[in-house]
Design a protein around this ligand. Sequence first.
Ligand SMILES: [Zn+2]
Length: 385
Amino acid sequence: MRRLLRAAFLLTWVLLPSRLLYSQIGYKSAPDAAQRKTLLLRDFQPKSMLHAGANPVPRARFPVIDVHQHVNDALGISDEHMPAEKVVAMMDQLNIQTIVILTGMWGDRLQKVMDEMVKPYPGRFLVFTQIDWSKIDDPHFGSLMVGQIDDAVRRGARGLKVLKDLGLGVRDQSGKLIAVDDPRLDPIWEECGRLGIPVSIHSGDPEAFFHPLDATNERYEELIEHPDWSFYGPQFPSLQQVLEARNRIFAKHPNTTFVSLHMGWPENLDWVAQMLHHYPNVYVEFGAREAELGRQPRRTRKLFLDYQDRVLFGTDNSAGPALYSNYFRWLETGDEYFDYYDGPAQGRWTISGLELPDPVLQKIYHRNAEKLFSRFKGLKAARGE
Ligand SMILES: [Zn+2]
């Protein structure tokens, strides 16, 4: 009996608690962990427990020129039409000096944007024209487009916008994709150089869009939302092929100023730095790439300092205080680990601030864009009109 009690005592006070302790805080993974990790991706919404400082920036420290907008454009890229006076009031509140509406099309539709946005608010809006791809099979395509661009400049357009469909979507009658460096387009690039208007060109897209949509794709959820954004497959050139074709037009038209929209290849900033080094006629713009750049803040900051005279501020998103204050916070503060605008729509990561020095901030916010648009020569200089 005594022995039994002793055994019971041992079991209760010595063995059991120690066993319980070990089973409560162990160091080995649960053997069934893999089977139990079945939470659906769409239901996984983790909240950061980081007590990181937050310094909101509701108004930019210096006046801003946003060189990549589509607000009230001719093509209808922006989701809603905002009364012009509301746009201007928003700009005043945020310290935005000028907005560049890139998708202005041409002819009457361009004229409508000029009449609505540019004429009543001098200096507050600039509009770019575009290429009419429906005429690509015309044997006089080049001269037709030169005439169209001249007409657009006469109506007040101050640049040419080229959407990413060049190189990835525009095909001629034979069904062949038109390459970015197709010689049929040479007269267009040359004319823009003569007129002194920049060519803002979007070539390629996020690198993940050129990869299979599988469990390793860092933009998996974004591609599920937008399956037509995938450029994976034999029907498409690779991202690098598209970008190299684009670099060949930079080299071939040194008197034309190009703006590489969305940085060109923001996942590969060493490549972007090389590109800027080789082509002095090229600027970069970071619209809709806050997420890509903000997740590599030290490398981005170095690039922005090294090429501080050729980086332009752009957003390419629904114009509003939420968008702009997020970009201002990213550029101005040293805040760590916060959501990029619209995050996590592009991918499940966060960004950190660049804390740019004031002189660099001033260049990126407005001085570089002012320099770019001061090169305007117009038809008189180009044609002797
Ligand atoms: Zn855009």
